[in-house]
Every structure is written in C-alpha cells, then in structure tokens.
Ligand binder design. Structure first.
Ligand code: NAP
Length: 252
C-alpha cells in the first residue's frame, strides 16, 4: 500500500509547472487527485491522460481560483464524486511585475486576487469538511520572495507574505481538529513562470544558488508530499523553504 492510498487530494494550478509536479507526485503516492486549471485545457487533458495510461486516477476541473463561487463549486464537486477531501494544495499563482511608482491598480489587484484571495477561497471551502472529518492536510505555495523580494515584485511579495500570515492563523484555528496548514516557499524553479528571467539572467542566477542549479517541480512536490503525509501530524504553521540554499546568505 502506498503512502496516500485511500486519500483524495485537490491541487490548484495543477496543469503546468510546479502544480503539475505535485499532481504527479501525489498520484504516484496513491491518492486520487483532482486539479484546477484556468485556461490551458490541452495541458490539463494531457496530464490526465498521461497519468491514466499509468493507471493513476486524476481529474481536471476548469475554474478561476480567485473566485469564491468557483472554489466552493470545485470542493463540492470533488466531495460529491469521491466522498471525501483530505489534502488541499493551493498552488495557483501569477506574476505581474512592475515598480511601485508605476504599477497599475489592475496589476496590484490581479496578483492579490489570484495568489492570496484564492488561498482564502479554497481554505474556507475545505475547512468545514476537514474539521468534520477530523483530518486534513493543507499546503499553501509561497515564495522566498515573501522575505527576499527583488525590485518590481511588490504585489507578488505582498501576496506571498499574506499567504504565510494567513496559513499561521489557520493552523492555529484548526490544529485541534487534526488539520495541519503549512507553507512551501520555493526559490527559482524551472517553469513557464521563470522562463523570461532565466533567459535574461540564467547563468547569474545559477551562480547565486549554492546548489548551482535551478529547482525542478519534483523538488517542490517532494516537500509537499512530506507535509501531506498522514504521519506529519505534528507539523503545522511552518514555512519550508526549498531553494537550494539561495536564501542562506553565504558568499559562495
Ligand atoms: P506556472 O508554470 O505559470 O503555472 C501556473 C499554474 O496555475 C497553471 O496551471 C495555471 O493554469 C494555474 N493558474 C493560474 N491562475 C489561476 C487561476 N486564477 N485559477 C486557476 N488556476 C490558475 O507557475 P509555476 O511556476 O508552476 O508556479 C506555481 C506556484 O509556485 C505559484 O504560486 C508561484 O507563485 C509559486 N512559485 C513559483 C516559483 C518558480 O520559480 N517557478 C518560485 C516561487 C514560487 P492555466 O495554465 O490553465 O492558466
């Protein structure tokens, strides 16, 4: 029997990048995995098929994580289909970089809505079912940018710092019901989101990372798997950086 046999997981932003890596890892560990995508249906369908060919059960749902009604609908639908929801990974996120002096209100709000409000939406939707079940594992995706932001990331850094504060509060509220809430904060991971910055400054970035390589989605998925393991029941409200040593502050 695998580590997550009999468990049901929901991953937001599961069709590409880090979220895709998490879907694969949780499915390989034995969970049934539903995941949310926003617009790229081909990527979502491709992942479901690829995993079905390996005998793994996943399900793609189209939704906008920034919308409360969408989050409620997705959580209800998953529980209706599979009878339970044990694991939630809030991974969906976007960037809209720009200096504060010129950042549009639209770009500020879009990042707050997609990155932070989405976490509230899904966490609220799962909180009652998980409390009733006396079991739940929630992992929210932050970034090392919450503590160590680059210029031009005020909206993103604020959204990620918000996720960390939110998660600590939720961990406090739900600990006595068997529900843990933790955060993973990745460094530079090879995905579509980091493609542009890597094209511009890839070698410089690699040199700044003690591990001398970018992270892969699997590196983050591995940390998530550890935190959602039923045995990780005494770890809650924590932020786990997965960054190859990027934020250690050494001089190389
Ligand atoms: P990505 O490659 O751009 O993929 C983003 C995923 O989120 C896609 O599946 C996308 O679906 C989905 N998504 C975006 N907005 C959504 C919405 N409103 N509703 C539902 N789904 C939505 O991003 P990534 O690099 O894998 O990043 C994943 C998470 O890790 C983000 O929270 C990001 O901030 C965080 N992170 C990434 C890095 C990094 O180096 N890559 C570092 C630190 C933190 P569609 O394709 O359908 O639009």
């Amino acid at each position: 029997m695998s580590q997550l046999t009999g468990r049901v997981a929901l991953v937001t932003g599961g069709s590409r990048g880090i979220g895709r890596g998490i879907v694969v890892k949780l499915a390989e560990a034995g969970a049934k995995v539903a995941f949310v995508y926003h617009s790229n249906q081909a990527a979502a369908d491709g992942l479901v098929k690829e995993l079905a060919d390996r005998g793994l059960e996943t399900w793609a749902l189209k939704a906008d994580a920034s919308q409360k009604a969408d989050a409620d609908r997705v959580v209800e639908t998953v529980i209706e289909k599979w009878g339970q929801l044990d694991i939630l990974v809030n991974n969906a996120g976007i960037i809209r970089d720009g200096l504060i002096a010129t950042m549009s209100s639209e770009n500020w709000q879009a990042v707050i809505d997609n990155n932070l409000t989405s976490v509230f939406n899904f966490c609220q939707a799962v909180s009652r079912p998980m409390m009733s079940a006396r079991f739940g594992r929630i992992v929210n995706m932050s970034s090392v940018s919450s503590e160590f932001p680059n210029a031009g990331q005020a909206n993103y850094a604020a959204s990620k710092a918000g996720i960390e504060g939110f998660s600590r509060c939720m961990a406090t509220e739900l600990a006595k019901r068997g529900v843990t809430v933790n955060v993973v904060a990745p460094g530079f991971i090879e995905t579509d989101m980091t493609q542009a910055v890597m094209n511009a400054a890839g070698d410089k970035i690699k040199q700044a990372i003690p591990a001398k390589r970018l992270g892969k989605p699997e590196d983050i998925a591995h940390a998530v798997l550890f935190l959602v393991d039923p045995q990780s029941s005494y770890i809650t409200g924590q932020v786990l950086k997965v960054d190859g040593g990027l934020t250690l502050g050494g001089m190389g």
